[in-house]
Design a protein around this ligand. Structure first.
Ligand code: PGA
Length: 254
């Protein structure tokens, strides 16, 4: 049984005060959500305060990124995965398409971040997804399998249960255009097959892998997505910024 994960990615929105307000408004609205893991990813500067204020609740905190470097050192502007853990995060998002596109992150950097996250005992949400041009060219599966293999190389079997894959087609992020449940299901099933091929030694790993969908997830479309057999949750951007809409997504079953 794969426990669903509903994660809110706040991107570069909200001050510390606004982050705490939203997190505290969310807390009672999702207090009975035992059917899934609830995660919020505030900006770095708000992680510690939000994590402290959510302590003891069922809402977890994530970093939106981490350094490729595992150890502390002379890396101006970077934040190490173990520092996120120290600040109260239990998850980290790596390889988001905005980082790949705007900050030129490569699969090899994403792989180092994944390894760093795991070494800091964080659960890593590894994002993959094709652009519209790549989908139109018919190479969406090649792109996604390349990102997956690149992102997961060097991992041992015991690392794999710390991985969540987020399929986020770039053309669906922030555009209001969601993949249909069928399009998403098709790619999620493909990701599970690629994962099974890459990790045949650890039987069951692919069946246990949680694959979440991201890209214009809203209260109106979450149930259709979650009804698909290989969709194990959602990574939510815009609709996670307000406690009420994010809570509706978390509580999709009710
Ligand atoms: P969106 O963003 O829900 O606003 O499309 C999703 C994401 O980028 O993770």
């Amino acid at each position: 049984m794969r426990k669903p994960v509903i994660a809110g990615n706040w991107k570069m929105y909200k001050t510390i005060g606004e982050s705490v307000d939203t997190a505290l408004s969310l807390k009672p609205l999702v207090a009975n959500a035992n059917h899934c893991e609830v995660v919020l990813a505030p900006v770095f500067t708000a992680i510690k305060t939000v994590a402290d204020r959510l302590e003891g609740s069922n809402v977890n905190v994530a970093g939106q990124d981490c350094s490729t470097e595992i150890e502390e050192g002379a890396h101006t502007g970077e934040v190490a995965a173990f520092m996120l853990r120290d600040a109260g995060a239990r998850y980290v998002i790596v390889g988001h398409s905005e980082r790949r596109q705007m900050y030129a992150e490569t699969d090899s950097m994403v792989n180092k971040k994944t390894v760093a996250g795991i070494s800091a005992a964080l659960t890593v949400i590894l994002c993959v997804g094709e652009s519209l041009a790549q989908r139109d060219q018919g190479i969406a599966e090649n792109v996604v399998s390349g990102q997956l293999r690149g992102g997961l190389s060097r991992l041992t079997a015991s690392d794999l249960d710390r991985i969540i894959v987020a399929y986020e087609p770039v053309w669906a992020i922030g555009t209001g255009r969601t993949a249909t449940p069928e399009q998403a299901q098709e790619m999620h099933a493909f990701i599970r097959r690629v994962f099974a091929e890459g990790h045949s030694a650890s039987a069951g790993a692919a069946q246990g892998l949680r694959i979440i969908y991201g890209g214009s997830v809203k209260p109106e479309n979450i149930s259709g997505l979650m009804a698909q057999p290989d969709i194990d949750g959602a990574l939510v951007g815009g609709a996670s910024l307000k406690a009420e809409s994010f809570a509706q997504i978390v509580n999709y079953k009710k």
